[in-house]
Design a protein around this ligand. Sequence first.
Ligand code: SF4
Length: 242
Amino acid sequence: MPVSGENTVEDGAEYCAAILDALKSQDPALGRKFLLEQAGRDPVEVLVLTILSQATNDRNSGLAYRELRARFPSWDQVLRAPDADVEAAIRRGGLARMKASRIKAALRRIRRETGSVSLDFLSGWETEDILRYLCSFDGIGPKTAACVALFALGRPVFPVDTHILRVCRRLGLVDEKATAARAQDQLQRKIPPGMRRELHLGLIEHGRRTCRPGNPRCHSCSLRAFCRKPGLKDFSPPAEKS
Ligand code: SF4
């Protein structure tokens, strides 16, 4: 298909495939490191890690997660610990009080409803039911639910974080005013299932390294031919529940 900044959201799967090819041509190891880090993680681990990743970078959320697990090796220990101790353990991830409260509330509810702090039972559920169930937790939105479904349960969903939203708006894959939740819904229907994980990882990486919020590196961008906004200076999406 012809590729240009004039492509529209209706171009769909073919456009997404061309974008993925361009990302791979620049980085053949696309997302491999992240996948290795995620390998073997269970759904509760991914849930907690994704809550910690809200409104901070991977380095800080990773430090917060490791400190939490070092101080409290089991989830039951997290639940027994005073709130202040959990907050202290995850302080490096920012918003410690809010995140500690969300983590403890989620763990408490899982244990109350299932008898243990495990989400392994979700592996037998339909994907839509998994997403609906996780989004019913306080402070857990579509992105976090989709991360658990994708990385812990192997479901072909497409989580949209702030980086992906920004890049997809610039590329014309979603409406310019789309929220993350709406964009996730649009992209989920547009991107073929077999492409979602790689494209998710590739676009996040692209948003972090190249298509940055206020100073995109358009001159060295592998997606420049697709872009509606090459040379754009600032296109930051609004914050919202993730
Ligand atoms: S050309 Fe610039 S604005 Fe467009 S996708 Fe690349 S880095 Fe982002």
